[in-house]
Ligand binder design. Structure first.
Ligand code: AMP
Length: 573
């Protein structure tokens, strides 16, 4: 393994690396840093958040940027404002010992004038969201003529958020002898097309899926009845008094409900979902980052911009349909060498999904018993004793009251006194869990129910296949299934295929797509063909005669607060 000292990094960068506490390079750093420092090739890297990719491109770019030159030499593009701030912070820390380096973040939703002032003062490196970058380019405030490095970070997310046109604009405006570095967790077709168009024989780097099945994340699950999910969640929180984790839910409604219940029941929790304004989201994220909140209940989409490294737990309130989403979720814990736990609260119907996830993880998830009332009381008791032992006593402030208190408690001996103090807090848990039922689904129940369940699931699957066939292959524009699938052939309809920049991660499904088309094309009788909803994007077919209308109809349309992008796609081979 190469060490940081052996990669060609300057002493001032090595000093920053040391101060940041990085001891050995991560795999992506080991491959990217020497390549960037020695060659001028483009780089196409498969890498997720948490792999150390910011330092992989950030250290060499900071080293090679000339602070004496006023011009912008590096442009880093990323999908969200949170990531923009985070990358800027990281780059600033890398540049801590390089005097005169100017690193400016520019992103939407904040005053453009303030950003212009900063750019005018000189910005050797600019970190930008694509929309704001294009705005500043059009105003001639962001000048790209001297850009040597163009970094596309989380490129797949930028595409799925509808920034393709902006990326095209920026890529075509930067000098052709620039070095392009593209980082992405997945490589959808659209991105390969960008890479083919704008990159010159890129060096491909793949570090695999960091954290996915990493040794330091343990994957556990509880098996309960669906109605006991919330109760099981409370027990996880109670048996881990120092929990610092994210509870992932599938929908905004569920997110709100779970968070409201936790708050009502006295937990230090809050919700993060798409119904909140950007300001509200910022407040919640900051409270969580600063550890003023212990439990964040979130949807996958809303938690995207949140990067916190020392989470103790990821809790799957239910399993996502796509195993990759589970991998993403659990990859948020167990980072930077720390241990992490990913717990899923399952009910019997989810055993199929569990198997899919295990297959993708390449390891078994361990079934654990739901903590009993006794487990929780014991854990809380020792946590309390620990707190009593370690509490800082403010001798000065308390002194005035002590004489009276000593006199009042005089009749209790030492042991009784301890009993009384502990009981103040402990009784709460004893009471709460006095008649607490066992939430575990019994083993015999599991197997007998499992058989029933498997049959049920078999039926379910068949039913699902049929229904998706109905919806996808035989749906008319009202969203009702069309009983006569061959009608189209008889009517001689030919379909055009379209790409849409949103998918399951945006809570989009086939029904929503049908509704969106219906809404945007009122009064027209448009036949809808096949619909495929992927993780970050979708495809749909409509009667080819409406090809132009559909693209026009979807201009400036939003779904869940995100701009929808619809483009013509080649037919499926
Ligand atoms: P990133 O994938 O760039 O978001 O980095 C994930 C986290 O890992 C950040 O908190 C970095 O500070 C940390 N990190 C990056 N490189 C290293 C390293 N070589 N050793 C330890 N931590 C690192």
């Amino acid at each position: 393994m190469l060490l940081f000292e052996e990669m060609g990094l300057d002493p001032m960068l090595l000093l920053s690396v040391k101060e940041l506490g990085f001891e050995v390079p991560t795999p992506i750093q080991e491959k990217t840093i020497p390549a960037l420092l020695k060659e001028r090739t483009d780089i196409l890297a498969f890498a997720q958040t948490g792999t150390g990719k910011t330092a992989a491109f950030g250290l060499p770019v900071v080293q090679l940027t000339d602070p004496g030159l006023k011009a912008t030499q590096a442009l880093v593009l990323c999908p969200t404002r949170e990531l923009c701030m985070q990358i800027t912070n990281d780059l600033t820390r890398f540049a801590a010992h390089k005097p005169g380096m100017t690193i400016v973040p520019v992103y939407g939703g904040a005053s453009i004038n303030d950003q212009i002032k900063k750019l005018e003062k000189g910005a050797a490196i600019v970190v930008a969201t694509p929309g704001r970058a294009v705005d500043l380019i059009n105003r001639k405030k962001l000048i790209l003529s001297r850009v040597k490095w163009l970094v596309l970070d989380e490129a797949d997310e930028m595409l799925s958020m509808g920034f393709k046109d902006d990326l095209d604009t920026i890529l075509s405006l930067t000098p052709s002898d620039r070095q392009t570095l593209l980082f992405s967790a997945t490589m959808p077709h659209e991105m390969m097309a960008i890479a083919a168009k704008y990159m010159k024989s890129p060096l491909e780097i793949s570090t695999g899926k960091m954290n996915a099945g990493a040794e330091n994340v343990s994957h556990e699950y509880f098996m309960v009845h669906a109605r006991d999910r919330y109760e099981a969640l409370k027990r996880i929180a109670d048996v881990n008094p120092r929990i610092y984790g994210i509870v992932f839910c599938r929908t905004r409604i569920e997110t709100k409900e779970v968070a409201d219940n936790l708050i009502r029941d006295g937990y230090n929790a809050d919700a993060l979902h798409g119904d909140l304004s950007q300001d509200q989201r910022d407040i919640v994220m900051n409270r969580f980052r600063n550890r003023h909140l212990q439990i964040l209940v979130a949807t996958d989409v809303a938690a995207r911009g949140l990067d916190v490294n020392d989470l103790t737990h990821i809790i799957n309130y239910n399993l996502p349909d796509d195993p990759e989403i589970y991998i993403h979720r659990s990859g948020r814990t167990g980072r930077a060498g720390k241990k992490g736990i990913s717990i899923s609260i399952l009910h019997l119907k989810e055993t199929g999904k569990l198997k899919d996830i295990e297959r993708m993880l390449g390891k078994k998830m361990e079934r654990k018993p739901v903590p009993t009332g006794r487990d929780i009381c014991e854990k809380q008791l020792f946590n309390l004793v620990d707190k009593v032992e370690k509490v800082e006593v403010n001798t000065e402030e308390i002194e005035n009251y002590l004489q009276v208190i000593f006199r009042k408690l005089e009749w209790l001996d030492r042991e009784d006194l301890i009993r009384h103090f502990i009981s103040v807090e402990f009784n709460r848990f004893l009471e709460a869990y006095q008649n607490a039922p066992d939430l575990n689904v019994e083993h015999h129940e599991t197997s007998s129910r499992k058989n029933r369940q498997e049959n049920f699931q078999g039926e379910n699957r068949r039913e699902k296949r049929n229904s998706s066939y109905d919806r996808a292959d035989r749906t008319d524009r009202t969203g009702r299934s069309n009983p006569d699938a061959s009608r189209w052939q008889r009517k001689g309809i030919s379909f055009s295929r379209f790409f849409m920049n949103m998918g399951k991660n945006d809570q989009l499904d086939k029904k929503e797509i049908i509704q969106l088309i219906n809404r945007q094309m009122p009064g027209k009788s448009v036949e809808i063909g096949q619909i495929e909803v992927m993780r970050n994007f979708s495809f749909f077919e409509i009667d080819h005669r409406y090809e132009r209308d559909i693209q026009k109809a979807f201009q400036k349309v939003q779904f869940n607060g995100k701009r929808i992008g619809v483009e013509s796609a080649r037919p499926k081979e």
